[in-house]
Design a protein around this ligand. Structure first.
Ligand code: ZN
Length: 162
């Protein structure tokens, strides 16, 4: 079963792009469970996982960066380890890197921070083959999803829904 997140069109989205994020509901549940483990602790560090998509653009794989260094308000990825996972995805499953979801320790902190936006830009620069990137924030049990195209236009922003 695929969960399709419809696009709200009330933000500066790229016109004409039906930016839609598609992922398996069970996979999403597993991912959230892994990202949320330890959340109840007082000093729960930020956590992250990378996403992989198939040729149809559906998110079909994720990998929690258990080696990354999470702080209260920061997260330093284990770049070498993640690159290895991305290489393996490509060879074994024809899956490409598609984005990243990370946690914020504060409730309602569902927006991408200025640092997150810079990071997103850097990821696009580092991955010239990436046509769009999915960024997600998990905070207080809620998930906000964003998608940017290569020109850094938001083509999807679930946080703005409703
Ligand atoms: Zn962040």
């Amino acid at each position: 079963m695929k969960d399709k997140f419809p696009i709200p069109l009330s933000y500066p989205y790229k016109e004409g792009d039906a930016g839609e994020i598609c992922m398996d509901a069970q996979m999403l549940a597993d991912m959230l469970l892994q990202l949320r483990s330890g959340e109840e602790q007082d000093n729960c560090p930020e956590k992250a996982c990378i996403l992989g998509s198939n040729a149809a653009g559906e998110i079909v794989r994720f990998h929690v960066d258990t080696e990354g260094i999470g702080g209260r308000t920061s997260y330093l990825p284990n770049t070498a380890g993640l690159e290895q996972v991305i290489r393996m995805w490509k060879i074994e499953y024809a899956v490409a890197f598609a984005g990243l979801i990370h946690t914020h320790p504060h409730k309602n902190a569902l927006a991408l921070s200025p640092k997150d936006l810079l990071f997103t830009k850097a990821l696009l620069a580092l991955n010239p083959g990436l046509q769009r990137i999915v960024m997600g924030i998990l905070a207080g049990g809620e998930l906000a999803l964003y998608c940017f195209d290569r020109d850094f236009l938001r083509i999807y922003d679930r946080n703005k829904e409703g």
